[in-house]
Design a protein around this ligand. Sequence first.
Ligand SMILES: Cc1ncc(COP(=O)(O)O)c(C=O)c1O
Length: 377
Amino acid sequence: MMIPVNEPLLGKEEFTKVLSCLKTNWISSQGKYLTQFEEKFAHYCGLNYGISTTSGTTALHLALASLGIGPGDEVLIPTFTMAATAFAVRYCGATPVLIDSDPETYNMDPERVSSYLRNQERRGKIKVKVILPVHMYGHPVDMDPLLTMADRFSIAVIEDAAEAHGAEYKGKKCGSFGAFGCFSFYANKIITTGEGGMVITSDPRLADKARRLKDLAHSPGKRFLHTDLGFNYRMTNLQAALGVAQLKKINSHIEKKRRMAKEYEKGLQNIPGLRLPIEKPWAKSVYWMYGILVEKECGCSRDQLMERLKKKGIDTRSFFVPMHRQPVFSGRGGKVKKVGPYPVAEKLSEQGFYLPSGLTISSEQIEYICRQIKKIV
Ligand SMILES: Cc1ncc(COP(=O)(O)O)c(C=O)c1O
């Protein structure tokens, strides 16, 4: 039997709530669980408004569309991210500008954001409309420098917090800093609705815009009359029922992830060439995935280590392929703006992979995995 790379944790309450939707016929995109889930999740993050969507990808698109982002606009994103971040920008016809990462947190490097913006300033025109940081693998982005720059250049911030439910930057929840925070509730996330997503905001006008756009943009008071190009990004009450049950357990899920990280850290200490994730003093990471780097001193490559672990019944995943290496952006996906070189993203994508990090992983399994790694490297 394989130790899976990730697994959700579902219980009796999820079962009961979903069943109650079936029993009462509230199975589509209206119902009490939707309102509850949106309100409770937004409040958990410290904001007032939550607008549920069908996925993290559509949450990102909805956030960008609600700010009116379109052709000619630039959006700063990390090149080291999941494709959804870049795709959402392209859905709007805008240009993702690919920024390299910080070598310690793997998040978009604020220094590089700053130098890009200063360059544009010198040339006399700021084309950047949004800074879109991603809280990678559950470790918060260093938000203060980005917020200062956004303020100075009148640029919006949208956070991709798909992997960082409950993570904190200086005591404040990730996703609560910008115009919008975007979340995914895919089955491998800290809490899940099967498929699903949400945007959160503190701005009632933006909340209203997002709520209209996600439901085909019917005109207020006049259904079936449309002045905007809306989408159907509606979550179902069935999914929200799962979400409400999961949200009750979010803190215990985060504790499980943090315990897992501690145990991996203990088991993998002092192995030359094996780089473990860090937690900055200002951060509370939720260790969505426990990602490690296999450097030269290990005596084997990342791919060899993954292969050998697989033979021992341990499933793993390599880190993302960065956006500057994606063939889609030389073809139909349209243009991204490359401002390389990208030494950090290159290293991460060559040497990084994550170990089993599911919510059901046991201490014995972690011990077994660490033992196998020590034998191999
Ligand atoms: C950083 C990041 N952004 C966006 C997404 C997209 O979320 P979804 O799969 O729900 O569309 C993911 C999904 O894993 C992600 O990791």
